[in-house]
Each structure stands twice: as structure tokens, then as C-alpha cells.
Write a protein that binds this ligand. Structure first.
Ligand code: NAP
Length: 287
């Protein structure tokens, strides 16, 4: 393990994620100064600052991990950020991250936004798969790349401070679609003598097999030809959807998680996309 005893940084936020980040930096010998709005227990070895301003003054690298954009603004408001490198790991929208970047630049600081693709128990754990999207100041990113790589792998997605949030939220949005499908599937089997525990590996296996479908969607979006390589045409899928909906009715399950997507598929067929795959749904969402 590298010696980081000369590295020091500040963390604003002692919530579940802020504390996990701090533990990972302390574990490799970094000196961490932290602040939290409420008195919360800090990981052993943390220097706890009395005010956010004191914490920001303590180090040039300031990692912010608070609840939301409003809490970041409220915390940094009025604090001198001259010469500070602010890394915001608070989940934000792309526009919020861009506006925050401008706001911090106007106060003399450099800014990188981050989107954490992990839960706290994965932070600082080798091979956990945890990584963080970063975007914003390339200079800041290059200066602190080694320190930022300690809690989780770094995926830098460019100088636009909004991109880390956009990648983060796009992946989270995809995740909700997958969770919605799983919730509907479990609801379908719930009335029967089928163990959800036995069913889970079948569901996971099928979802994993189908996840690669996104590569085909990407290729079609790139080429503009939505009929390229189609083996499950949209007209067929829309007919099959009626069977899915009748099954939901038979099993006493609300179709509310499925119908918004099915409505879009039906609209695309009505507009002449029956021989495509369902890539055209992306265009319908953008109207
Ligand atoms: P958390 O445990 O709820 O902690 C939130 C922190 O924000 C606390 O320190 C809280 O201080 C502070 N805070 C809330 N409102 C504030 C305000 N108005 N002014 C100043 N401080 C305020 O949340 P977390 O799990 O650490 O998550 C922090 C960020 O990481 C979030 O943006 C979250 O989306 C992101 N994230 C979390 C996870 C996860 O699984 N936990 C995963 C990826 C990303 P008080 O003690 O005073 O309330």
C-alpha cells in the first residue's frame, strides 16, 4: 500500500457515504479534516472542524458529500474558496453541477463533480467494482488523481462539469427500469406456490442475458438504421405485450410499471416502426 501520510484533505459531510470515504482515506494514512452540520460520530482519527469554513481552510482539496445541491450551496455560501479544489460527490443534476462549477470559479476555486457508482460498503474495498464518474477541471483531476482513486476507481468523463452527473443519472435511470421489471415479475409469481428465492436466479440470469440488448440499441442509434440486425421485431413484441398484460390481469397484478413503456412501443408501431426493434422509443421520449 502506498504511503499517503503526507496527503491531507477535507471532507464536508459525515453521512453514510462521507464517512465511508473518510475511512478509506484514513486507512491509507491520509490526514482527514471533516465537518458535518449536526454533531455526528466521525471515523476514528478524523480531525473534526468546528465550522465548514474552518474545514475548508484546512486543506486545498475539499471533498463535498452532502445530501443534495441545496445543502452544498448552503454549506459553501460565504466561505472563501480562493485556491480551493472542490470535488463534489453529492448527487446533482448536470445543470446543477455546471452552475455550481461557475459559482465556485467566481469565488476563486477549481471544481470537479463526481457521481459515485457504489454503496458505502463498496468504498475502499479492492475489487468491489466501485467507481466514480468525474468531470470538470482537468487540472484539478490531474493534481488529485491519486488521492481520488483511493476510495474507488476513477472514470473521468471530460471537462464538462455536468457530464459526471449525466452519466451517473443515466445509469441510475437504467437501473430503475430493471428494478421495475423485477418488481413486476415477483408480483406475478407471488400468488403461487413458487419460492421467490428459487425464482431469483432465473430472473437475474435472464436480466443479465438481456442487458446486452443495449449494445444493439447503441449500434442502431449510431447508424440511424433501426431495422439493422432485428431478430425481435416491434410489431411482434407489441402483440406479445397483450399476453403480458392478460397474464398480469390473471395474476391480479397491476400493469402500471409496464404500461408506459408498452404505450410507447405501440405508438412507434402506429407510426410505421413495426419492422424495427424498439430503438425508436428513444426518439419518442425526446419529443
Ligand atoms: P446521508 O447519510 O443522509 O448524509 C447526508 C449528509 O448531508 C449528512 O452529513 C447531513 O448532515 C448533510 N446535510 C443534509 N442536509 C444538509 C444541509 N442543508 N446543510 C448541510 N449539511 C446537510 O447521505 P449519504 O448516504 O452520505 O449520501 C451523501 C451523498 O452521496 C448523496 O448525494 C447521495 O445521493 C450520494 N450517494 C450515496 C450513496 C449511498 O448508497 N449512500 C451512493 C451513491 C451516492 P446532518 O447530519 O446535519 O443531517
Amino acid at each position: 500500500m502506498s504511503d499517503h501520510s503526507k496527503n491531507s484533505l477535507t471532507v464536508l459531510g459525515l453521512g453514510d457515504m462521507g464517512s465511508a470515504l473518510i475511512r478509506s482515506w484514513l486507512a491509507v494514512g491520509c490526514t482527514v479534516t471533516a465537518w458535518s452540520r449536526s454533531a455526528r460520530p466521525a471515523p476514528e482519527g478524523t480531525i473534526v472542524a468546528a465550522t465548514a469554513a474552518d474545514a475548508v481552510t484546512a486543506n486545498s482539496l475539499v471533498v463535498v458529500c452532502l445530501l443534495d445541491d441545496a445543502s452544498v450551496r448552503a454549506t459553501l455560501d460565504g466561505i472563501d474558496l480562493t485556491g480551493r479544489d472542490i470535488v463534489n460527490l453529492t448527487t446533482s443534476t448536470p445543470a446543477e453541477a455546471r452552475a455550481l462549477s461557475d459559482w465556485i470559479a467566481a469565488r476563486g476555486g477549481r471544481f470537479v463533480d463526481g457521481g459515485i457508482m457504489a454503496v458505502p460498503s463498496m468504498i475502499g474495498v479492492a475489487d468491489s467494482g466501485a467507481y466514480v464518474f468525474y468531470s470538470g477541471s482537468t487540472e484539478l483531476h490531474e493534481t488529485h488523481a491519486e488521492t481520488l482513486a483511493i476510495p474507488a476507481a476513477v472514470t473521468y468523463v471530460g471537462a464538462d462539469p455536468g457530464f459526471a452527473a449525466l452519466y451517473d443519472i443515466a445509469l441510475l435511470s437504467g437501473m430503475w427500469g430493471m428494478f421495475a421489471g423485477a418488481a413486476h415479475a415477483f408480483a406475478l409469481i407471488a400468488p403461487e406456490d413458487i419460492s421467490p428465492v428459487d425464482f431469483a436466479p432465473l430472473l437475474v440470469g435472464y436480466q443479465q442475458a438481456m442487458a446486452g440488448y443495449a449494445y444493439g440499441t447503441a449500434a442502431q442509434l449510431a447508424s440511424g438504421d433501426y431495422t439493422e440486425g432485428v431478430e425481435s421485431n416491434l410489431a411482434m413484441m407489441v402483440t406479445t405485450n397483450d399476453t403480458l398484460l392478460r397474464t398480469a390481469a390473471e395474476q391480479g397484478v397491476s400493469p402500471e410499471l409496464l404500461t408506459p413503456f408498452m404505450d410507447l412501443m405501440r405508438r412507434r408501431v402506429a407510426e410505421g416502426g413495426g419492422n424495427e426493434s424498439n430503438t425508436g422509443v428513444v426518439d419518442l421520449l425526446r419529443r
